[in-house]
Write a protein that binds this ligand. Structure first.
Ligand code: TRP
Ligand code: SF4
Length: 397
């Protein structure tokens, strides 16, 4: 019933690396050709863990958007904006916070994980606990159907669905909705109508999902219902009355095959990255000094690509023919490691050429990026305001 829309966000971390490109951005590029897409910089989310030092946020936002554009996001196609410039997110966040049980936030796995991981920071703050709720507001305010995210974010999307359901349940009461539903149920016949209402009750009172399925099955099998009654009874089971906030779906991004220079996941905190617009000599040096199979100490020692992080780079960057050449050359000591690394270096440098050329105009004229963001914010805000209008309306504000 709402337009199909894709939405995703990234915290501003400054220049992006090849892991971001292969893991996230390439996916966004594909989506922008298939759906109306909204991509935003989650700068308020950055504050939840970095509230003490805010000096880099603007610079990081600007740099990151340049990398989105360098990767090929097309501002005529995707709506690119910044969270803090659409203050409606904060209003929805506030309103949702009123009715969101603390336990929902406390049980989100990233909450305890992050507190454990970022021990040097004091994350016993209200803002940090509210992280996933702010994310829910980001999503719900655009009534987005699909949210491309990595696996770690799936629980946030699940919670967003619960938040939407609860909101619709609390505020989506339509005059006579219940009465109409009961009248429609009568058309199922005496016996089935009783069963239907009973299953619905079980679902509502105990969250019994089997009862939910059984109530749905009654509707599926019934011959006596018109389309409108069918739909009415369907939404009546879920308890959702009028749908004001749409439940989003996570669109799972395949784990990136891109690993870091040391063979671990590519990540700024492991200091093993190559940035999207890293200069050529630095790329050459990083690959040259990259570790290889530890068994290949001397040139004539045979190696095994399976034990070598360079091999994983070959998976991303070179052709099957080259893979054969590597396997044979490595296991017979027919090629040296520097030789083996050469096609990888070349392919990375070639891939980066287009990033540099796309970024060039934005680097020489920063107002271009500012304008893209301003236009994106206008477009995003229009939708956000529409949603807030409905939200305030049903809440009687
Ligand atoms: N939490 C996300 C991350 O760390 C970023 C984010 C904020 C987001 N709001 C969002 C992602 C809304 C998708 C939708 O990656
Ligand atoms: Fe790694 Fe290639 Fe050296 Fe083998 S030849 S150890 S795959 S860099």
């Amino acid at each position: 019933m709402f337009a199909q829309r894709v939405l995703s966000g990234m915290r501003p971390t400054g220049a992006l690396h090849l892991g971001h490109y292969h893991g996230v951005l390439k996916n966004w590029l594909q989506l922008q050709n298939e759906y109306p897409c909204f991509f935003f910089v989650a700068d308020w989310h950055a504050l939840t863990t970095n509230y003490e030092d805010t000096s880099k946020i603007q610079e990081f936002t600007h740099e990151m958007v340049i990398d989105w554009l360098a990767a090929g996001l097309d501002p005529n196609n995707s709506t690119i904006f910044v969270q803090s410039k659409v203050p409606e997110h904060a209003e929805l966040f506030l309103l949702l916070s009123m009715g969101t049980p603390l336990s929902w936030l406390e049980r989100v796995p990233t909450y305890k994980d992050q507190i454990e991981k970022l021990k040097d920071k004091d994350l016993s703050t209200y803002g940090f606990l509210g992280y996933p709720l702010l994310q829910a507001a980001d999503i719900l305010i655009y009534r987005a159907q699909y949210v491309p995210v990595g696996e770690d974010q799936v629980p946030h999307i699940e919670m967003t669905r619960e938040i939407a359901r609860r909101f619709n349940h609390l505020y989506g009461k339509e005059a006579n909705f219940e009465q109409n539903a009961i009248l429609a149920a009568k058309k199922l016949g005496n016996k089935l109508s009783k069963l239907y209402l009973e299953f619905r009750r079980q679902y509502h009172e105990n969250g019994n999902s089997e009862a939910l399925e059984q109530a749905k099955a009654i509707l599926e099998e019934s011959q006596n219902l018109g389309v409108a009654d069918h739909e009415l009874l369907f939404s009546y089971i879920e308890g959702a009355r009028k749908i004001i906030l749409a439940e989003p779906h996570a669109m799972l991004t395949k784990a990136s095959r891109m690993i870091g220079l040391d063979g671990q996941k590519m990540s700024k905190s492991y200091n093993n990255t190559i940035s999207m617009r890293e200069d050529k000599t630095s790329v050459e040096k990083k690959i040259k000094t990259m570790p290889t199979d530890p068994a290949r100490i001397r040139r004539h020692d045979a190696g095994n690509p399976e034990r070598c992080p360079v091999w994983l780079f070959h998976q991303v960057y070179t052709s099957p023919e080259i893979h054969e050449w590597v396997k044979k050359g490595c296991t017979t000591a027919g090629i040296g490691c520097l030789e083996c690394k050469k096609p990888v270096t070349d392919a990375i440098i070639q891939e980066q050429e287009i990033f540099f050329s796309r970024a060039e105009p934005y680097l020489s004229d920063p107002t271009l990026v500012k304008n893209i963001i301003a236009n994106g914010c206008d477009k995003a805000r229009e939708i956000a305001q529409e949603t807030m209008h409905d939200v305030r309306d049903v809440m009687g504000l």
